[in-house]
Each structure stands twice: as C-alpha cells, then as structure tokens.
Design a protein around this ligand. Structure first.
Ligand code: PAF
Length: 255
C-alpha cells in the first residue's frame, strides 16, 4: 500500500477501474464493509483519510473527533487498499482557498438545521476528492443517509462522471451503528445510546420519540424524510457525543 500525502504525488493509472472510499479515519468495521464492497470492483482502490475541518460546526467537535493515524495504516493495508491518500489541511485548503459548493435540496433540513455549514463542507471536500482521485466509482455508508442523498445530488447537479454506491450500515452486536464517535462514549453513555437503534426499530417517528424520551435522550431530530427512499432518521446527543442513525422504511410505511 502506498501512502500519499500530497496531490502531486498521487500518480494514479488511467486504465482500469479506479475506486475511492472517502473516510475521516479512525477506521472501524463500518469502513471495512466499504473497503470490502469496493475491493473486488476496482483495479486500483484508493482510500482517503482526511478529517475535514470545513464540515465541523464547532472547533471543540473537530478537536475531539477520534484520530488513529497508525491504526488507519494497518487497517487499510489489511483490507488491500492500493493507495491511502492522507493529505494535510493545508494541502486540501491552501492559503487563498475561496470556492465552496453550497448544496440546497437534499441538504436542507435534518442535519443542516443543527449543523448549518456541515453539507457545504461535505460537498466541497467530496467534489475536491472526486476531482483529485477521479474514480469511476465511489462508496459511501448508508449510516450517513442525508450525506448519501447530498453526494448523489452533487454528482447529478454538477455532471460528475462517477458512480456512487451505497453500503449498508454495520452494527455492533448490541445494535449500535458503528461510528468513529462511539469511541468517545463512556460505558454508561453507550448503554443509553442503545435507545437509538431501539427507537429506529419502532419504524415510527412518534414511537421513536417516546423510546428516546424514556432513555432521557433529547434528540436533535426524529423525522421521516425521503433520503434515497423513505427513511426514519435520528440525531441525538448522548453526553457530549452526537450520534446519527437511520432506517430505510419499506415504501408506504410512513408516519
Ligand atoms: O462520511 C465521512 O466520513 C465524511 O463526511 C466524508 C464523506 C469522508 C467527507 O469528509
């Protein structure tokens, strides 16, 4: 596996299928599922690790975000990644950087009501990564369902020549969706967080709110939205850790 830290060094072959799995590192089994979906489909598989400051609404959240650069190298190499692109913030946002992608549509509501600049940061960095790596296929996790809808909209609206593939959410044995942020939960908070998958299992927004309230969780939102299909989506803070999760509802099963 080649580790590349600058765009200039990223000398990818232009034949065969180039695939991209963009990540923010602290790689876990959710990322493994993305790499394993991608690996057999690609001649050259690029994984990116970049904690994108532009998608964090506050500095404390950015500095608390889990980082594990050494572990990421071991994990990515074990999954047969060919190139790990891990640029610095200066490489991605050099002095003078002043152009942003400002998505509306799928980016409106849910996350944007609580993290106003979040999808501007996500769309901008995704467009940059897609332009830098120029993959034919890129893989994203369904756990970030609104992000998937925003990225698909970005590809459609800006005529990007890439196919977006979506991989199902990976859950721990207790039902909690895998997230790098889970590492920040205390054992008690983790127990409390299990109310989120329990709430989703009701498949009903009103019942989900009750399950969360019984666990003393105050959600940012519990809503059914069209995110690549009708989806019950939840964001809730457990202690200082903000978790999101969702379940796709069979068509017609709305509330
Ligand atoms: O889902 C993530 O890890 C990030 O939002 C992404 C897609 C890598 C963009 O920074």
């Amino acid at each position: 596996m080649k580790v590349v830290r600058t765009i200039a060094e990223l000398d990818l072959p232009r034949h065969g299928v180039v695939g991209l799995v963009p990540t923010m590192g602290a790689l876990h089994a959710g990322h493994t599922a993305l790499f394993r979906a991608a690996r057999p489909q690609c001649d050259v598989l690029v994984g990116s690790v970049f904690v994108n400051p532009a998608q964090f609404s506050d500095g404390a959240d950015l500095s608390a975000y889990p980082r594990d650069p050494e572990g990421d190298l071991v994990h990515a190499a074990a999954e047969g990644i060919d190139v790990l692109f891990a640029p610095s913030v200066e490489e991605m946002y050099p002095p003078g950087f002043a152009t942003w992608v400002d998505p509306a549509g799928a980016a409106k509501g849910l996350e944007s009501d609580h993290r106003p600049q979040h999808f501007r940061g996500v769309a901008t960095v995704c467009l940059k990564l897609l332009n830098i790596v120029r993959p034919q296929i890129a893989w994203f996790g369904r756990k970030d369902a609104q992000q998937v809808a925003v990225v698909k909209q970005l590809v459609r609206d800006l005529n990007l020549d890439v196919e977006i593939r979506v991989v199902e959410t990976v859950r721990d044995g207790d039902g909690l969706a895998l997230s790098s942020r889970n590492a920040l939960l205390s054992p008690g908070e983790r127990e409390q967080a299990l109310a989120i998958p329990r709430a989703l299992a009701t498949r009903d927004a009103a019942q989900a709110r009750e399950v969360l309230a019984a666990a003393r969780l105050e959600p940012d939102y519990v809503e059914v939205a069209d995110l690549d299909g009708p989806t019950l989506a939840i964001a809730a803070r457990v202690g200082s850790v903000r978790l999101i999760d969702n379940v796709l509802l069979p068509k017609g099963e709305h509330s």
